[in-house]
Design a protein around this ligand. Sequence first.
Ligand code: ZN
Length: 87
Amino acid sequence: MVSFRSNLSPVEIKTFLKTVADYTDDVLILYCYKNSTPCPKCGQLQLCRSGAISLYSSSLDKVTHTIIACLHCGYKNISVELICERL
Ligand SMILES: [Zn+2]
């Protein structure tokens, strides 16, 4: 089992997971870190960047998606990692 890593408080994690609930049918979130980048929608410094793995991916140790979510206004964005290194 992959453990979830983050620097968010339990309340923030709850908000984050609620915000990105649309995505979690397809991806497994590995980590989530709040950073000091302003949200493109509301400008608050409550943007979280997280890495996720597609549930359809063959290997469960490589991040395939990046999810950005704002804890303040609910802005969210998902993007596919372009570089998927294969060993
Ligand atoms: Zn926002």
